[in-house]
Design a protein around this ligand. Structure first.
Ligand code: HSE
Length: 309
């Protein structure tokens, strides 16, 4: 039996919601899983990058691969171990750009394995296993559920996720630079502790975000997207980030500009007007610093991972 799952890209944090807010985008990876007879270690992992095969050359093809690890946890959950598995990954989501490529393949592998096993795990179990591998739920939850998602990871390992409303005409201009930034490096610059006033700042802004999306309040959304927990520390890792934010501050149509996940991509949240000008401002700011970028304006993807074959 063979199962293929398509999983969307995601943008985590959305400024104020460090490690707890995220949304899905209509850019996809697909994972095909097949129980088959294989010689040797019993696993075969093939990875094809739709843009550039060099991007995926360094991803492990053995049992240390995160997709395999996630699948193994699911088998363990039902008291089994995976035997012989062929995992084929087709990546349309750029790697190490803050677009949830690892969450996407973890989720895709888990959903495919769950299908092969006769669906022993419900959504809550899948969320919890995927988050255990990824380390935070903010990319995992929208990759599974689609849309804009608020998620919480409790001390007992359970994940609580709630889909939030999102106005259809609020679009995301995603700006993907031609350099990579690993989540590990991007997390390593964060302090272990933050000042109480900064924690309270983000608490206030996250609460405003929830109200803004429920009431489609553009002015409140603009206020809410600000952050003091991660972006200020990561700015030094992303050339041009602070200039782009500054240059877009008073641009018509812009509701906010945030680092996508751990970076280095930048997400401009906009109300659907003035799109060409917004793109031009980002690309010329990066051009001046010799950074090339791919820039797309996309709606939020309302659907999460799904079995396509
Ligand atoms: N919330 C995570 C971070 C997302 O900002 O480090 C990265 O995967």
């Amino acid at each position: 039996m063979k199962v293929t799952v398509q999983t969307p890209a995601t943008i985590a944090n959305l400024g104020c919601g460090f490690d707890c807010l995220g949304l899905a985008l209509p850019v996809y990876n697909s994972i095909t899983l097949e129980e088959t007879v294989l010689p040797g270690s019993g696993i075969e992992i093939n990875i094809i990058d739709e843009h550039n095969q060099d991007n995926v050359e360094n991803i492990p093809r053995d049992k240390s691969n995160i997709v395999y690890k996630a699948i193994e946890l699911l088998y363990n959950y039902i008291g089994q171990s995976p035997n012989e598995l062929k995992i084929s990954i087709k990546t349309g989501i750029p790697v190490a750009r803050g677009l949830g490529s690892s969450a996407s393949v973890i989720v895709g592998g888990l959903i495919a394995a769950n299908e092969l096993l006769g669906q022993p795990a419900d959504e809550a179990v899948l969320l919890s296993i995927a988050t255990e591998i990824e380390g935070h739920p903010d990319n995992i939850a929208p990759a599974i559920l689609g849309g804009v998602v608020l998620s919480d990871w409790e001390d007992d390992g359970s994940v609580v996720s709630k889909k939030l409303p999102w106005p259809e005409d609020w679009l995301i201009t995603i700006c993907i630079p031609d350099f990579e930034l690993s989540t590990g490096i991007s997390r390593s610059v964060l302090p272990a502790e933050v000042p109480m006033k900064d924690a309270v700042y983000n608490l206030r802004h996250s609460a405003m975000f929830i109200q803004a999306v429920h009431t489609k309040d553009e002015e409140l959304l603009k206020l809410s997207l600000k952050d003091k927990l991660h972006q200020p520390y990561r700015t030094k890792l992303v050339p041009g980030l602070s200039q782009i934010m500054e240059n877009l501050k008073h641009t018509e149509g812009v509701l906010g500009c945030v680092l996508a996940g751990a970076g280095p991509s930048v997400a401009v949240i906009q109300n659907g007007t003035n799109t060409d000008n917004i793109k031009e401002i980002v690309s010329s700011t990066w051009n001046d610093m010799n950074v090339n970028a791919q820039i797309y304006t996309l709606p939020v993807e309302g659907e999460g991972a799904k079995i396509i074959i």
